[in-house]
Ligand binder design. Structure first.
Ligand code: SF4
Ligand code: SF4
Length: 253
């Protein structure tokens, strides 16, 4: 019974379009911003901690729980709902989402779901979309019809998806993590480089990192100036340190 119900909620997007609109006048406005299992991606955290004016470490401490069983190999992080009866998202008010411009990718995509697989960094991801048709959502009764492309543009999702797909390629990598004795260390490294970008920045700028790897001065400059390039570099570092991929070049001198 439960699985049939779930099957009904997730509907394939066969026609390529869906009817939906979400605005302050819908009777269910903000009803979906509660009791969520909202798993955050590294790019979500980069945006959220900047929006809130705190460090990634402070954000993780105040706003998230770590999930150890969500993924078979790596720790995941989810947004903590408020600890009250309604279990609302900490960012929702009657007026709507208070961090709207920096809301997580999953909130932007809803009521659409996306399964994607980045086969190689040089190819476009294989992707599949479906509609999440939940009973409480009255947005499906509205008139507006969307294509997926229009929805992705409207919600500012393209860059989120690009960043997230690169991280998903690490999560879904078939490569081994190597001997058991290094696993705890590798999990810690995964957590820091994925979720705690301010600590990762210190890790590379306040250690011997640049004396150990070939990284040109202009690249260092770029890493120091934007969170996005630092995060992409963190992904390269993870591929190198977790799986032994040749994404970085050790110095030989
Ligand atoms: S982050 Fe914003 S859109 Fe997402 S659940 Fe919270 S209030 Fe709703
Ligand atoms: S339940 Fe649907 S229509 Fe209502 S606020 Fe949430 S997304 Fe919008």
């Amino acid at each position: 019974m439960e699985s049939n119900k779930k099957k009904d909620i997730f509907q394939p997007l066969t026609s390529g379009t869906f009817r939906f609109s979400c605005h302050r006048e819908v009777p269910c406005f903000t009803r979906c911003c509660a009791k969520l299992r909202l798993v955050l991606t590294p790019y979500d955290i980069v945006r959220l901690r900047k929006r809130l004016g705190i460090t990634s470490g402070e954000f993780l401490e105040q706003y998230t729980d770590t999930l150890l069983r969500e993924h078979p190999r790596f720790p995941m992080v989810k947004l903590k709902m408020l600890d009250d009866e309604g279990q609302r998202c900490p960012f929702v008010t009657k007026e709507g989402c208070t961090i709207y411009e920096d809301r997580p990718g999953a909130c932007r995509l809803y009521p659409i779901g996306r399964a994607s697989m980045l086969v190689s960094d040089k190819q476009d991801p294989k992707e599949q979309y479906f509609v999440i048709r939940e009973d409480h959502c009255e947005g499906f009764k509205e008139e507006k019809v969307w294509t997926i492309d229009d929805w992705v543009s409207h919600e500012g999702l393209r860059f989120y998806m690009e960043m997230n797909d690169r991280w998903l390629a690490i999560l879904n990598s078939p490569k081994t993590l190597g001997p058991e004795e290094y696993l705890a260390k590798k999990h810690k490294m995964f957590f820091m480089a994925s979720y705690d970008i301010d600590r990762f920045r210190q890790f590379i700028f306040k250690s011997r990192f640049f004396s150990l790897f070939e990284i040109p001065p202009e690249k260092r400059q770029e890493l120091a100036s934007t969170d996005e390039s630092l995060l992409l570099f963190a992904y390269d570092w993870l591929k190198f340190s977790l799986f032994g991929e040749k994404t970085l070049t050790p110095r030989t001198d």
